[in-house]
Write a new protein. Sequence first.
Length: 513
Amino acid sequence: MQEESESWVTREQELRAEIEVRSRLQPLRDHLVEAASRPQQVRESLGDVRLAHGPAVTRPIDFYETVSLESWATPDTATNRKDGHYGPVFRSESELSLFRGIARALADGDETAVGVLGNLVHYVVHTGFTYAVNATEKSASVDLLRDEARRCMEEFLAHNEWELSFEEELVKDSIVDGELLIALEAEQGSVRARHVEPAWLTQPVDPRLLEEELRRRLRISHAIDWRYGVATRQGDATEVYGYFVRWNGDAEQWNFYPPSRFLHLKRNVPRHVKRGLTDFYPVSGRIAGATELLSRMGTGAGIQASIALIIKNSTSGPSGGSIESLTGGSAFAADNPPFATSNWRNGEVIDTFGREFQAGPMGGQQAAGFVRILQAMRRATGVRWSMPEHMISGDASNNNYASILEAGAPFTRAIESAQQKYITAFETLLWRVLRIYFEMGRFNKHGFAWRQIRKLLAMTIEATSPAVRDKEKELRVAQSLREAGVLSRRTMASRFDLDLDEERRNDANESVE
């Protein structure tokens, strides 16, 4: 009861603060409304401008910027990030779900968004990530431990059909939804990875029993916040205690996972925000606008393409060369309508009966301008992911493919950065998988404690770089590193998209033959 009272007081304080901010902004709003109602003289630029703490300079300044009185922007307040919110973008699960719904609609039904998403996934995943477990010390017992860890990891990857297919699914959904959620469960001697939908991670209706269990297990006495389905310390969303998952929204089918059995990768938000935000949030309006523009351009062009010719000075009399003399059809109505049309060889023929006819913009010089606007909108969309123009518009005439994918290019760096984030997340996941196998007794015969295992083993995950590669040069560098003893055979094989174990088996089979 006390917690509910404190919560109510907190909400009242937030409401009072919002009212106070609005009251302070009202005079500014009234001033802007009054200024907008007065006639304005629009100027292209200003002359001498005195910068703050500096001399007067002469340079053009665009003066076409207008003040939007219905702007979505709101003042930054201390409560914007309270309790894991991401204000003013979202402050509840319902607001967050709306953004996911918009992103999913685009990702499934808009050709531009589908192309963007496909390119991102293909470049991030490419032929798949490679996984390896290596020993940090050389001894027979550690080698046996390493081999067992490799068997556990390969068993997990095979059991969950992880490589390539599941990787693509996880990367795609994380871009669209803004977060990657995986629950780990022990299942018949193996470990199952369950892909959790963001809508299933939700705040429990009555968390009292869970709170009692958490306090007993973790020996905590402070309040727990359950917003967005992530149990955290009240007032500190970075101290996570677990995740509440309601499978398919069924109130009777739920699980609570501690962080050691769950992977949560968030995108586009700081760490003290509880949930991730879709990549499409800042560009969804522009993508939809470009699609609408293209649709209207196509519809208008299609209509005008069906017009075979326009007769602008004909009369309805028999000697006037009216449209019926061309079509051989019947005469038009006697009241001479302002326009009349007829189909002539699968094209519309328009008779204006002496009236002027102005073609629409798609039939005039403005058509090229619409195309340029469409291209500009799509280029602006591509900036979101440092994506080159041809990946958005399909027009490669303005792109040099080699320079786009060379090392250090913006798109290459963006993809490599994304790959590293997934590598870090997958490495964390695999360590948690090995911990579950350890708790199942798979490492008992080796006699090592878990802390020792973490020190004796190293996880290596690599992705295929999107940069254009000089394989001969890479091979020479790899051979030098191999000879110096700083590069293993397995890592060297993975850099050239080879599976060392598979190549060894193939070599053995060839020797037998």
